[in-house]
Design a protein around this ligand. Sequence first.
Ligand SMILES: O=P(O)(O)O[C@@H]1C[C@H](O)[C@@H](CO)O1
Ligand SMILES: Nc1nc2[nH]cnc2c(=O)[nH]1
Length: 329
Amino acid sequence: MTGSSASDSSCLIAKSKTNGTEMNGNTTRNTYTAIENNTYSYEVIKDIADYLLDRTTIRPLIGIICGSGLNSIADMITDTKVFEYEDIPNFPVSTVEGHVGRMIFGYLENMPVMAMQGRFHYYEGYPLAKCSMPVRVMKLVGVRYLMATNAAGGLNSKFKVGDIMLVRDHINIMGFAGNSPLQGPNDPRFGPRFPPMTNAYNAHLIKIAKQVAKDMGIENEIHEGVYTCLGGPNYETVAELRMLRTMGVDAVGMSTVHEVITARHCDLTVFAFSLITNKCATGYDSSEDEANHEEVVTVGRSRQAVCGELLCRVIREIAKECPNKAQVK
Ligand SMILES: O=P(O)(O)O[C@@H]1C[C@H](O)[C@@H](CO)O1
Ligand SMILES: Nc1nc2[nH]cnc2c(=O)[nH]1
């Protein structure tokens, strides 16, 4: 369907109600709509992508997700076309402070991008597949790279508040408990039933980011490490943090992992970093170390210019490597 509008969302529902979907050789009859089922079918996601593409001539190659307090990364985008989430058919809304709820199409370093100012979290009541559904929209829009940012608590004793951790790998703890954004029937148009995650975070882009950090003179504020996502919304107990540290976690948050799994499933190249907004308390006597969201957002806002510059410079390097992809408006 093309040319749909916000008021057409009922039409999407009606359409998916009548569809039987062929997935991995099995015929799955959708007796409920994809959305009532809390999973988004390929057709519904395609409709969302078409809604966006019908309203702009920008064809993004890079998808950006702004973490808590990091909205202004997207303010650097030029020649913008802005979509409020509430106007996009079948799109969830952001309910968290520091996540404004806007999809911005435009250009960074002459590269066409789309950026989410506001992501969806499991603790908001959204299932993981719904939290990461916008990544599939990005894929169907034509995006090749996902750049995800987040605010996270620093567990590694070397990390200071305000430092940036380039995500080298993640531990999918929610997956240990059987919760995955890929749960349910697999649609091979997105990717395989059993996707590998060995090189989820692109090593070349990490290398570029490290060089960029040197060029910016912030090499002492940049680290590489392992991120994990917990369900939230509560922050961690001391015992939980001690366990995570033993497991090899360097930074802990409430997002990104399911987005990256979804991105790798549909073969997007992934780059991600965490802004360390607080130091995790691994002792009971450190009451000043108690995490709170106000501090998370404040630290995010104070460091978003640096985070934005890092991201832009990495994009500049990507543009150099694929000059035919960069577009002059
Ligand atoms: O969206 P991100 O992962 O950047 O936000 C983190 C996790 C929670 O949403 C919030 C907690 O303060 O910050
Ligand atoms: N889970 C979790 N998420 C965060 N986001 C920002 N800081 C934290 C933290 O300490 N823990």
